[in-house]
Design a protein around this ligand. Structure first.
Ligand code: BG6
Ligand code: MG
Length: 218
């Protein structure tokens, strides 16, 4: 049986945390009197915390000092973390567990490729950390998506080539990163937003095992 590397993004792919990131940024934007919509939020998906703040400040045409930015980054993260206090496996998105199980049963490699610095505690709280043969998160890379570093590093840790990897992503930046890395990009979300992906699914419940099997055999 072929061994492929399946690399999962975290926020908005494995767990429904994209909404918490949005709420936390929205709270900060409100305090700074910046209009911040769900449409603006698409640009923040997949990118680092620091870059996200810069995008919001650009929207509000605010020129902030390093100290102010540091304060707001901490503030945003504290609000975000407050949503995670009671987090458990119920937060795992529909269809994710059967796919993880199927990949394990078929001896496939599984990695996490996330921009988040909060990734490990989330995998622990949701009790799925043991599924991952490699974890690369925001603490491990210096270049955020759309740079391919996070995915290339995951493939490297799995001792496999980039062309052997498949990436599940809900963000435009993440799909672009996977494409630059020459990996098979699979968008989880809306066609209109993720059109650069090689394949797109609304969510994991609409992806069947035959599709995964075909990827393994490729
Ligand atoms: C990505 C999210 O996974 O991680 C972004 O899509 C988020 O919205 C980024 O800003 C960084 O996350 P964190 O947890 O380090 O602030
Ligand atoms: Mg994501």
């Amino acid at each position: 049986m072929n061994k492929k590397a399946f690399i999962f993004d975290l926020d908005g792919v494995i767990v429904d945390t994209a909404k918490y990131h949005f709420l936390a940024w929205q709270k900060l934007a409100q305090e700074l009197n910046i209009e911040f919509t769900t449409e603006h939020n698409e640009e923040l998906k997949g990118v680092s915390r620091v870059r996200s703040l810069d995008i919001i400040l650009e929207l509000g045409k605010i020129d902030a000092s390093h100290e102010e930015k540091t304060k707001w980054l901490i503030q945003k993260n504290e609000v975000y973390l407050s949503y995670l206090v009671d987090m458990d496996e119920r937060e795992i998105l529909p269809g994710v567990m059967p796919i993880l199980e199927f990949l394990k049963e078929n001896n496939q490699l599984i990695a996490l490729g996330s921009a988040s610095k909060n990734a490990r505690p989330i995998l622990e709280k949701t009790k799925i950390i043991h599924y991952f043969d490699a974890i690369v998160d925001g603490n491990d890379v210096s270049n955020a998506k759309p740079d391919p570093e996070v995915f290339l590093r995951a493939a490297q840790l799995l001792n496999t080539s980039n062309k052997n990897a498949i990436v599940f992503e809900d963000s435009v930046a993440g799909i672009q990163a996977a494409n630059v890395a020459q990996m098979i990009s699979i968008g989880i979300g809306k066609n209109e937003i993720l059109h650069e992906a090689k394949f797109i699914f609304k969510d994991f419940t609409t992806m069947d095992f035959d599709f995964i099997e075909a990827l393994i055999k490729k």
